[in-house]
Design a protein around this ligand. Structure first.
Ligand code: IMP
Length: 423
């Protein structure tokens, strides 16, 4: 029963898209288990670049089935458009199974996100993610299973819409919505999927029993986790290994390989404390440009920072990676001097931990070690031994912090720009 999970070890945008795409080539079932269209995966498949939000990386391989599991909030309009675009480019419609207990992102969720100002306050992606998860927790959400009956769907939408209007009684956009119109819109978007609504946990279990390779594809990263991230500057789902289990009903003990994906530096989009943020604008811009650090979902420039080992240690505790996939090492080529944060200092004392309290984290000062940089491009390097000495030192520091060996080192966006060490 080989099951592999790909989990983000930073603030999302670690390059999970490329890694899941590589690993999905050997998988029969690929499962997205958290988040929704807030995620943005950048994938190069057979020379063409795709930006996907909901379709798992398995969608690019004929015969690989994809599952959107219960921990997700699914925007059917985004899914339909993405499936159409990718399907057109590939020449077949990727088969996607929807978990009957996954929740739907509804038109009023995006409106509420706009009205409550979380995009300005927290830097959310305006995809209705927070309000959709809030309705789930309040038990007024609409689930995929509700698409089976128009009558039930209208009833559930009515409950959700009434709650939305009661929070924002003045909002014209909410007043203009009707449960009936939303239901018919959703049903027309859902038509291609109505025969593919399943108990996803059971499907995964059956695949594992048949000895198929199941690949779990995490959205976002450990530091955006609703509980263990930098709250409130986090997303609304559980982005860690534990979240995978909660979202699928598949225990973590089944997940034999846990690939922690981490960049050789760090980025984050949106607001929130970011101890190793590069404050020299010119330098930050250079990293951003070389790494093309602009959001796939929002196009926003990402904040860039030096490698943060306390944060990586924290993520490793949460995800227990068996292997690391280190990405974007090539982006550091051209830096005269590199910095690696080994600890934080708070009120003049080294603390040896990653504070969960965002206010405390904001007061932390990074303790840096510096390394000489290198000039040569890395994309054509074919073995880890041939990497510059400082690049090897960065890898070793990450392996030590995560207590896991690097099994994949990514040196560029294309699949061939990758070193694979026994995985
Ligand atoms: P939300 O998920 O749209 O509610 O946004 C909450 C926070 O998570 C914001 O700071 C977003 O920028 C961030 N976020 C959500 N999804 C991703 C992602 O896939 N990559 C990076 N950041 C993300």
């Amino acid at each position: 029963m080989p099951a592999t999970a790909v989990l983000g070890m930073q603030w999302g945008d670690e390059g999970k898209g490329k890694i899941t795409h590589l690993l999905a080539a050997d998988a029969q079932l690929v499962v997205r288990h958290n988040g929704g269209a807030n995620a943005g995966h950048s994938i190069v498949h057979e020379g063409t670049r795709y930006g996907t939000h909901l379709l798992p990386a398995g969608a690019f391989y004929r015969g690989t089935r994809c599952v959107l599991a219960a921990g997700m909030v699914i925007d059917l309009a985004v899914l339909a458009e993405e499936a159409r675009q990718v399907g057109e480019a590939l020449g077949w419609e990727p088969p996607v199974l929807l978990a009957e207990n996954a929740h739907l992102v509804l038109p009023y969720h995006r409106i509420i996100e706009g009205l409550e100002g979380s995009a300005d306050r927290l830097g959310t992606t305006r995809r209705g993610i927070g309000p959709a998860y809030r309705d789930k927790a309040s038990r007024i959400g609409v689930r995929v299973a509700d698409l089976r009956s128009e009558e039930l769907l209208v009833e559930r939408l009515y409950i959700g819409l009434t709650a939305a209007r009661s929070s924002f009684p003045e909002a014209q956009e909410l007043a203009a919505l009707s449960a009936e119109t939303m239901a018919s819109g959703l049903l027309s978007l859902a038509r291609p999927y109505l025969g593919s609504i399943v108990d996803a946990g059971l499907e995964i279990e059956k695949a594992l029993t048949r000895g198929e390779h199941v690949l779990f594809e995490g959205g976002q990263g450990a530091l955006l986790d609703i509980d263990f991230g930098t709250y409130p500057y986090v997303t609304s789902s559980s982005t860690t290994l534990a979240g995978l289990a909660a979202a699928t009903g598949i225990p973590t003990s089944v997940v034999e390989h846990r690939i922690g994906v981490a960049k050789a530096y760090v980025t984050r989009v949106g607001a929130g404390p970011f101890p190793t943020e590069i404050d020299d604008e010119e330098r930050a811009n250079a990293v951003r440009e070389r790494g093309q650090e602009f959001g796939v979902t929002t196009g926003r420039p990402r904040r860039c920072g030096w490698l943060d080992l306390p944060a990586l240690r924290h993520a490793a505790r949460l995800n227990r990676p068996t292997q690391l996939a280190i990405t974007k090492l090539d982006v550091l080529s051209g830096e005269e001097e590199l910095f690696v944060c080994t600890d934080y200092e708070l009120d003049g004392r080294r603390i040896g931990r990653f504070p969960l309290d965002a206010a405390e984290l904001a007061r932390c000062r990074p303790v840096y070690e510096s390394l000489p940089g290198w000039d040569e491009p890395l994309s054509a390097v074919t073995s880890a031994e041939a990497l510059p000495r400082s690049a090897r030192a960065v890898i070793a520091a990450m392996e030590d912090a995560a207590a896991a060996p690097a099994a994949i080192i990514s040196l560029g966006p294309a699949p061939q720009e990758t070193l694979r060490m026994g995985f």
